[in-house]
Design a binder for this molecule. Structure first.
Ligand code: ZN
Length: 495
């Protein structure tokens, strides 16, 4: 799968259009925007509308949080603050609703995406030095993390000998045993001394990261900015000696220790999109294309990250202690029962130590059948095969199906799909969403024929209780024929 990762567009229409054009020359499957679509620049509403059309995922940046009142403007520098106040007046209500709901991070297999410091994205910390990167490497076990926020493209590599190296941007092939934190730079407000937009491409098959630099119409941006006196001419549009860089501390957030300010968006705004972490690759080969090779996974886990190993040891010790306590309690109860001559009627079964940890008392299954689905778009049809109904004729990205249903118990649900697709039409990805929860483009491998059905585990969704709508659509435009879809089941699993 090929990703394009863009960040910090900052309402710069000219830079965004240039990057969008540049993207057309690459066969990209998924475009992820790491936030700060708005702020500083003169065209927040127009850029946001277009970014929503072009990007598959948009994360929340500090400028989105500021524009919708989720961040105290007192921690912004005066330029960023004036821009944030002006931006808020330029966005319509729908845009503000969208911005308010944006998630703070996104996980996909061994990848993590966030706007700022990925450890606590709602604190908006800056990753600028190897010591900052080290905290991220310790706190997560992701092999590859993409961030923005500083507007400076660069790479931090954690080598197998625990050394962290900070590199300037260059084409990079991921090495086994190493982990990476990649800042994709800024589309709309470069602070690396250049006057060009930055963004990144990453191919999960070749494991290559490419940094792109794209020129855009500076004169047109200057003209647009001059129409709005509330907005400042950014550093890169001013006169400078060649090779000079903006002063450090030119960040939107004034405080040096952002995490110490305790200013952040409400905890409820933090949304984690779980991307099939528990897929069993050996039993569902269909998901293999989404996975980073198993060899890499193993080596990643063996990297000497002292504190994560210590955590694992502590966790194991804790689990062992709890288990021993449970066994001991059970033994004492059994002993009391045996040694009490006048024991009460044996109506309750003896407790099974540890059983409650692994098994839910009442597993919940929600079945969503083709016959009950709502069909959207123009082409989708219900067909009957061997007495079972399926949905076929997916011809464009406007063709999607949905089910509305009630979730009685919030929690983690495994999503399984029964579908059929022949080899000639296989290989497309689907997009499955349910409220804020989404699955990251599962790929549909061949089941052999349009009439041969298989069950595929797509991953796990965190569902809220209450009425929900689940949507399935083709993840990308293009070839005809997606699948014959028979049903979806959601089974609650232990969190
Ligand atoms: Zn920014």
């Amino acid at each position: 799968m090929r990703f394009a990762i863009v960040s910090d567009i900052h309402a710069n229409w000219q830079a965004w259009c240039a990057v969008r054009e540049d993207l057309r020359t690459y066969q990209v499957d998924t475009v992820v925007c790491l936030g700060d679509v708005v702020g500083y620049g003169p065209n927040p509403q127009g850029v946001l509308n277009d970014v929503r059309q072009c990007c598959d995922y948009i994360l929340k940046g500090n400028h989105e949080a500021a524009a919708v009142g989720q961040l105290d403007l007192d921690i912004f520098n005066p330029v960023a603050r004036r821009a944030a106040e002006w931006t808020a007046t330029q966005l319509d209500d729908e845009a503000k609703t969208v911005l308010r709901e944006l998630p703070l991070d996104l996980e996909a297999e061994d990848l993590l995406f966030a706007h700022a410091d990925p450890v606590e994205p709602e604190e908006w910390g800056y990753i600028e030095k190897p010591t900052d990167a080290q905290k991220c490497f310790i706190a997560t076990d992701k092999r590859l993390t993409f961030i923005g926020h500083t507007h400076v493209p660069e790479i931090f590599s954690l080598l197998p000998d625990s050394q962290i190296i900070q590199h300037p941007p260059s084409e990079l092939t991921l090495q086994p045993g190493a982990r990476y934190l990649v800042n994709v730079g800024s589309v709309g407000e470069p602070r690396d001394g250049s006057v060009e937009a930055s963004y990144c491409l990453f191919d999960t098959d070749t494991q290559v990261i490419i940094f792109r630099k794209v020129a855009f119409d500076l004169a047109a941006l200057r003209r647009d900015l001059r129409q709005h006196p509330q907005l400042e001419m950014p550093w890169f549009l001013k006169e400078h000696l060649p090779g000079t860089l903006p002063e450090k501390g030119g960040h939107a957030l004034r405080v040096s220790q952002v995490s110490a300010t305790r200013i952040h968006v409400r905890a409820s705004e933090r949304v984690r999109i779980q991307v099939g972490r528990n897929q069993k690759l050996t039993t569902t080969p269909v998901m293999a294309s989404m996975a980073v090779p198993a060899q890499v996974n193993r080596e990643t886990k063996s990297i000497p990250a002292a504190s994560s190993q210590q955590r694992r040891v502590l966790w194991l010790a804790g689990s062992f202690f709890v288990l021993m306590l449970a066994v001991l309690t059970a033994a004492v109860l059994v002993y009391i029962k045996i040694s009490t001559p006048d024991s009460r009627p044996q109506s309750t079964p003896a407790p099974v130590p540890g059983a409650a940890v692994a098994v839910l008392a009442q597993p919940r299954v929600i079945s969503l059948l083709a016959k009950d689905a709502q069909l959207h778009g123009t082409a989708l049809k219900r067909e009957t095969n061997n007495g079972e109904v399926n949905i076929g004729h997916w011809e464009s990205s406007f063709d999607y199906v949905s089910w509305s249903f009630n979730v009685e118990q919030a929690g983690c649900y495994e999503v399984r799909m029964v579908y059929a697709v022949p080899a000639t039409a296989s290989g497309r990805n689907i997009d499955l969403s349910c409220g804020k929860a989404r699955l990251f483009h599962p790929r549909l491998e061949s089941t052999g024929a349009w009439t041969l059905y298989q069950t595929l585990s797509l991953g796990h969704l965190q569902l809220q209780s209450g009425f929900q709508q689940l949507n399935i659509k083709p993840a990308n435009r293009g070839k005809q024929g997606l699948m014959n879809l028979r049903s979806i089941t959601l089974q609650r699993v232990a969190d």
